[in-house]
Design a protein around this ligand. Structure first.
Ligand code: NAI
Ligand code: MG
Length: 333
């Protein structure tokens, strides 16, 4: 069989450190892999004049899967754009999947296992913004389409069906955002009729933010729009160990980009304090996507055993460096 071709996007800050950890662990698995490295982020902008070169998009399209670290996005640079949002839109990676699952570590609450399915290409991140009245009035347009809602809601119901879940929370704010959330909600009610075995539960986004803290065990799946999903998933990952352990997948038609939820953590860069777990769990998701379920389970068990043994980085109360924790996971493989 031909080797899997994996595109690596290390990016900025701790991105290269955590991607290197993933490569080290992947190379310890019984898989035939070929790596192709491409540029993204602020460093790429300084070297090449763009944070997202066309050659990077091409590399993602041509490989079997992509592993992405993180980028630094300076907020005040005129004309600069976030290459992450841009990449998701250009490659139409419409589904952002963020599993929230208890881990065997004191920083994680027990009994939690749900998936956040976040729309990844439109909503408040549609990129349509302008200033009016001499800069005294700022406007961002929130775009919700029937097509965009249909495909993300279908994805949510399909994944719930595949994993035998009984309920799916559709999270919106249709009582106030009557048009945009109204359309999303309407499409949800329509799609739900095709999945009679799954109970659709509607929840307003502010209630959901509260319920995630109060009683997170009630959730099996959440499907929601872009900004709501962004915020709720960062909140939810704090239930199970924080940003250092939160993984995600960006899925389009025939394209998968896997990444930690965290950013480039500039203050940690070069210190050896970055927790590699988020990227290693993103690697597990990538292996599942490639159909390598045995390797995926094997890696997940090694990560969980490592966490349970207390061989962890400072964010989880340990004193291991990124590479020491990576080696510990490797030994457990
Ligand atoms: P961040 O996720 O980089 O850091 C937030 C906090 O979590 C910091 O205290 C950091 O030290 C900690 N943290 C993050 N990852 C960690 C890890 N692996 N191990 C241990 N601790 C970790 O978010 P922040 O500080 O808001 O943003 C920093 C930069 O990252 C900004 O330029 C932002 O635009 C960018 N960013 C990029 C993302 C991406 O590439 N997908 C996502 C979020 C932010
Ligand atoms: Mg975020």
């Amino acid at each position: 069989m031909r080797p899997y071709r994996i595109c690596l996007l290390p990016g900025d800050g701790i991105g290269p450190e955590v991607v290197e950890a993933a490569v080290e662990v992947l190379q310890a698995l019984p898989l035939s892999l070929e790596f192709l490295q491409a540029e993204i982020g602020f460093g790429a902008y300084q070297r090449l004049g763009t944070p997202l070169p066309e050659s990077t998009l091409e590399a993602i399209r041509q490989t079997d899967a992509t592993l992405f670290g993180a980028v630094t996005t300076p907020p005040n640079l005129p004309g600069y754009f976030s290459p992450v949002v841009q990449m998701r839109q250009r490659l139409d990676l419409y589904a952002n999947l963020r599993p929230i699952r208890s881990l065997p570590h004191p920083s994680s609450r027990p009994g939690i296992d749900f998936l956040i399915v976040r729309e990844n290409t439109e909503g408040l991140y549609s990129g349509i913004e302008r200033l009016e009245e001499n800069g005294q009035r700022a406007i961002t347009e929130r775009v919700i389409t029937r097509r965009g809602s249909e495909r993300i809601l279908r994805k949510g119901f399909e994944l719930a069906r595949q994993s035998g879940r009984k309920t799916l929370h559709v999270v919106h704010k249709a009582n106030v955002l009557r048009q945009t959330c109204g359309l999303f909600r309407q499409v949800a009610l329509e799609i739900a009729t095709q999945y009679p075995e799954i109970e659709l539960r509607e929840m307003l986004v502010d209630t959901c933010a509260m319920e995630l803290i109060r009683a997170p065990q009630q959730f099996e799946g959440i499907v929601t729009t872009n900004l709501f999903g962004d915020i709720l998933s960062d909140e939810a990952c704090m239930l199970v160990g924080g940003l250092g352990v939160a993984a995600s997948a960006n899925i389009g038609d025939g394209i998968g980009v896997f990444e930690p939820v965290h950013g480039s953590a500039p203050t940690l860069a070069g210190s050896g304090k970055a927790n590699p777990t988020a990227t290693l769990l993103a690697t597990v998701m990538m292996l599942e996507y490639l159909g390598e379920n045995e390797c995926a389970q094997h890696l997940r068990r090694a990560i969980e055993t490592c966490l349970a043994s207390g061989q962890v980085t400072p964010d989880l109360g340990g004193d291991l460096t990124t590479s020491q924790m990576t080696r510990a996971v490797k030994r457990l493989l």
